[in-house]
Design a protein around this ligand. Structure first.
Ligand code: HEC
Length: 178
């Protein structure tokens, strides 16, 4: 747990310094003509979507999306804390039936984008405990777009090996989707 906290502090520091390096007016690439939805930052999507309404557009059976999510999971450094396949390392596993704040798409997207402290400040409560209890850093700047975050979550869904009924939160445990 201590190591996990330490890494959390380190992540916060590196997030601040990398932010400082981003040029104020970075040249935006020309928008493609027939783009589907314009990608936005994860926090932007979370802020502009009513609670409970964020929904993963991808399926965990889509192997192309899952493998791109796996690569993003590593490049966004999720793997440094949660292990390369999400099974837990110095931080909690993401693949079991225990969901700290809830296992639905909406809660997990917000947890990752905002971090656990901001999530709690928005009224979400801890409903379960994993083997490690420490704050989860906000990753909404590290993960570039909402689409990237959905891909990462699709990878996490594909790694799930807990009880089938607990995939999105265990019924009766208070952490299933309302
Ligand atoms: C600095 C370490 C660290 C990093 C980096 C990190 N996490 Fe976490 N994560 C945590 C901790 C600690 C918790 C538990 C939070 C709590 O107990 O409140 C957590 C919780 C979670 C949970 C909920 C798990 C559950 O059982 O309910 C998910 C999902 C998650 N993280 C995904 C991610 C993703 C995706 C990334 C990369 C974008 C990431 N994390 C990066 C430390 C980290």
């Amino acid at each position: 747990m201590l190591r996990c906290v330490w890494i959390t502090a380190l992540m916060a520091l590196s997030a601040t310094s990398s932010e400082a390096q981003v040029p104020a007016a970075s040249a935006a690439p020309a928008p493609p003509t027939a783009a589907p939805a314009k990608p936005v930052k994860p926090v932007q999507l979370a802020d502009s979507t009513p609670r409970g309404k964020l929904k993963n557009p991808y399926s965990a059976s889509d192997k192309t999306i899952v493998s791109s999510g796996a690569a993003l999971f590593v490049s966004a450094a999720c793997s440094g804390c949660h292990g390369g396949t999400g099974g837990g390392g110095i931080c909690p596993p993401l693949t079991d039936g225990v969901w700290i704040y809830g296992g639905d798409d909406d809660t997990l997207f917000r947890l990752i984008a905002y971090g656990s402290q901001t999530l709690q400040s928005k009224g979400y409560t801890r409903k379960a405990e994993e083997n490690v209890v420490a704050p989860m850093p906000a990753m909404g700047e590290v993960v570039a777009t909402d689409d990237d975050l959905w891909r990462i979550l699709t990878f996490i869904r594909a790694q799930y090996h807990g009880p089938p009924e607990c995939r999105l939160g265990c019924p009766g445990s208070g952490n299933a989707a309302p």
